[in-house]
Design a protein around this ligand. Structure first.
Ligand SMILES: Cc1cc2nc3c(=O)[nH]c(=O)nc-3n(C[C@H](O)[C@H](O)[C@H](O)COP(=O)(O)OP(=O)(O)OC[C@H]3O[C@@H](n4cnc5c(N)ncnc54)[C@H](O)[C@@H]3O)c2cc1C
Length: 493
């Protein structure tokens, strides 16, 4: 394509936070931009669904970032819509609640003396093994045991992880552990518990949140894109990506009226990496298509139950470990913002991990709602059938990229191949096959836009979210003592 830099048309695949951020930034800089989205609404994985006056998020979404620039960018975008929400998250099993992130005294007293002694011995064994017999750690199980010891792993992580992934923790890569457990190990938990004056402040106890639901971030971006003459087309699936000799020329979209060819000069893709590979035309080498077939995702049913009561729980969300309870986590929307449900009511949102096409996914909505409602009432006894006002099932495909053992090498080879398309940038959670949070996807979107605006590759999208340890902590050097004391108190039992 021979258009000058300023006349270029940019085509963005997917209207999740990554794609929308890129489009927003480009449109603001007077670029011609079009976003193509297969769903009927923007927002992708971070949406707020509205049904009969009840609003609920597609899974618990708290805003957290270690990147001050991204934080400022988001706060600036959302402005007065942001509220601060106190976080309480707990784990439920054996009819007991445990704080998450784990608090030592609460955890040890909850599991009893015998298990506590075992946990301490196992932890020492894990440390000695790590120190003197360093073995290569490959699996999720290796990672958890190394951080917490076998007993705490069995009690706090194994059951939940297997419920989430639907497979043995030995089959998932260790990389997921680093991003999930806030970089904690027993030593950091002990330090948090014992050394009150320490200047490490956990920011996990309160978070930013748009008062009308997480979906407002995507909606606000879409408003900004349209205001700056950018285009967003929903209900359009990218079904083919046409290329010639290392350049993408156009994408073919399918909508209810048929197919349409959309040409462009620059392309940014946030659609799942494996789908991108299979849509490239002419077809890419068999070797790359085979690698793309290895990439898998875990899917989910999100079951909203509308209830004639409010503040049923104290929690923002609760992890549910027992296998016999069908949902793995639930949240109460009232504890996020009281603007989300009509007065005197609330919404409970239950998550059931499954795979598209399995027996759970294929159940009818009515059956799923009944199953969840009965299981919740039986187990938690905090509502009765008379409080039930209605339910809704939101189905989410490709929610979690599954980090199979060796996935990193496979993904690297695919990306190396894709890099040969000079006018294509990959961004987003499924687009890069990386377990992104919202801030990471936004940062990737910003980088892709800034690369086009500056006419180079200065911003390295691959450098976003690569830390092995996802520390939800910040060193706070200059915090007033009073604030520190307050924050430390909320962390310790
Ligand atoms: C249950 C859950 C809880 C979460 N909790 C948090 C949290 O607490 N904090 C946090 O920061 N993050 C959280 N996240 C992560 C956050 O939701 C994601 O990081 C973010 O929304 C990803 O945005 P994205 O644009 O990268 O991807 P997506 O949202 O997946 O966007 C990709 C878009 O591409 C579209 N698409 C796909 N294929 C095609 C096609 N062929 N043609 C056209 N369009 C297509 C999809 O429909 C989608 O809209 C959570 C995610 C989930 C699922």
């Amino acid at each position: 394509m021979s258009k000058g830099k300023n006349l270029q048309k940019i085509v963005i695949l997917g209207a999740g936070l990554a794609g929308l951020t890129a489009a927003y930034e480009l449109a603001k800089n007077k670029k011609e931009v079009i976003v193509i989205e297969q769903a009927d609404k923007v927002g992708g994985l971070a949406r707020t669904v509205e049904k009969n006056g009840f609003k609920f998020d597609t899974g618990p979404h708290r805003w957290y970032t270690k990147n001050n620039k991204v934080n400022d960018w988001m706060l600036n975008l959302m402005d007065e819509e942001i509220i601060r929400v106190p976080r309480l998250t707990r784990i439920y099993f054996d009819k007991k609640f445990f704080y998450y992130p784990i608090r030592l005294v609460n955890a040890l007293s909850g599991i009893g003396l015998v298990n506590s002694c075992r946990a301490i011995v196992d932890y020492v064994i894990a440390r000695v093994n790590a120190r003197f017999f360093s073995q290569k750690m490959v699996t999720m199980e290796d990672g958890y045991i190394n951080q917490f010891g076998k007993t705490l792993y069995d009690i706090f992580f194994k059951r939940y992880s297997e419920k989430l992934w639907g497979e043995d923790c030995k089959k998932i890569s260790i990389d997921w552990v680093g991003q999930r457990t806030r970089g904690l190990n027993i030593i950091t938990i002990l330090k948090d518990t014992l050394i009150k004056s320490k200047k490490v402040v956990s920011l996990v106890d309160e978070f930013s949140y748009p008062k009308d639901g997480v979906g407002r971030i995507a909606e606000k971006l879409a408003e900004g894109i349209r205001k700056n003459k950018g285009k967003i087309i929903t209900n359009n699936e990218v079904c083919q990506i046409n290329t010639t000799r290392g350049t993408i020329n156009s994408v073919v979209v399918q909508n209810k009226n048929g197919k349409q060819d959309i040409r462009g000069d620059q392309f940014i893709s946030s659609i799942p990496l494996n789908e991108l590979i299979h849509r490239l035309n002419p077809a890419v080498p068999l070797r790359i298509r085979r690698l793309a077939l290895k990439l898998r995702y875990r899917d989910e049913l999100q079951v909203a139950i509308f209830v004639k009561k409010n503040h049923i729980t104290q929690d923002t969300w609760i992890y549910v470990h027992p296998k016999e309870i069908p949902f793995m986590r639930f949240m109460e929307m009232d504890n996020w913002s009281d603007r989300l449900s009509p007065k005197g009511t609330t919404t409970l949102v239950f998550e059931i991990a499954c795979n598209v096409g399995d027996s759970m996914w294929l159940k009818k909505d009515k059956e799923i709602i009944k199953m969840v409602l009965n299981a919740y009432i039986d187990e938690f006894k905090s509502i009765s059938k008379n409080d039930y006002l209605g339910g809704y099932v939101h189905r989410v495909a490709k929610e979690y990229p599954v980090y199979h053992i060796g996935y990193r090498g496979d993904v690297d080879q695919i990306k190396k191949y894709v890099n040969k398309y000079k006018n294509l940038q990959l961004i987003g959670r499924n687009g890069t096959f990386r377990y992104n949070n919202m801030d990471h996807s936004i940062e990737m979107g910003l980088f892709a836009a800034w690369n086009i605006i500056s006419g180079g590759h200065k911003y390295d999208i691959e450098s976003v979210n690569i830390e092995r340890e996802y520390l939800e902590e910040k060193k706070i050097e200059n915090v007033e003592d009073e604030t520190l004391e307050e924050l430390n108190n909320t962390q310790t039992e």
